[in-house]
Design a protein around this ligand. Structure first.
Ligand code: 1PX
Length: 211
């Protein structure tokens, strides 16, 4: 991973995460998140409580990827199959498997929906649109429904520290605003596809409310 964020690289990692059979490679999925964490870190320390949480979730998944059962953690599909068949998931309340791959990835999956909604707002925004409003609208429509009051308040404070739209476009490192908008138009269907494939898998296995 390079030091500077680039939207292009995020796009490439999410593109690499889809197999020909439309399975999702966990390795690239978390690489995409690592890029996003680097971006968030560049925005300042107000966001560190958010990036710490993402980093710890990436770490849990990386441990599975390099652990003795790694052959079962190649795709999200194989992970779900393996963990369910072997009773490795706490399904209704937290118990002996508080950090299963399935529940950990679910948290990132919900956040991916936030990302999709936010980037779509950014793509279609006008010059006077506020990033804080776009971010919090996207948040209220997605992740906020899964967060307790205290976290929602802390997130609200962090949103106020977001840089403006122009800076946002700059740090994406993908050329001028027209080019960024074009790249967003290219990235969003990919992110949406990865999201939808995961969502369908979780619905089919009744995993959307894992504690
Ligand atoms: C191209 C520009 C895009 C900007 C990239 C920014 C990436 C943002 C990544 C946010 C990922 C948040 C993951 C949250 C996972 C989560 O829901 N965790 C909670 C539940 O976990 P648990 O293990 O307890 O069940 C946990 O409680 C969360 C704590 C921290 C708060 C997370 C707030 C997420 C707000 C999302 C908006 C981020 C705004 C960044 C601005 C660029």
């Amino acid at each position: 991973m390079a030091d500077t964020f680039s939207l292009q690289r995020v796009l490439e990692t999410f593109r690499s995460s889809l197999s020909e059979e439309k399975e999702v490679y966990i390795k690239y999925y978390i690489a995409g998140w690592q890029e996003l964490v680097a971006f968030m870190n560049s925005l300042g320390s107000v966001f560190s409580f958010i990036s710490k949480d993402v980093v710890s979730k990436i770490q849990i998944l990386e441990n599975f990827l390099s652990g003795e059962n790694r052959s079962h953690y190649v795709t999200i599909q194989s992970m779900v199959r393996y963990e369910l068949e072997n009773d490795l998931v706490d399904l209704t309340k937290r118990g002996s498997h508080p950090e299963s791959g399935c529940r950990t990835l679910l948290r990132l999956h919900r956040a991916l929906r936030w990302l999709e909604l936010f980037l779509e707002r950014l793509r279609t925004s006008s010059e006077d649109s506020k990033t804080s409003v776009m971010c919090s609208d996207a948040y209220n429509e997605s992740l906020a429904q899964h967060h307790p009051w205290l976290i929602r308040k802390a997130v609200g404070v962090a949103f106020c520290a977001l840089p403006g739209r122009d800076t946002f476009f700059d740090v994406m490192n993908a050329g001028d605003q027209t080019q960024v908008v074009a790249l967003l138009g290219e990235s969003l269907p990919l992110i949406a596809e990865v999201y939808q494939i995961t969502e369908d898998l979780y619905v089919k296995n009744n995993l959307l409310e894992l504690p």
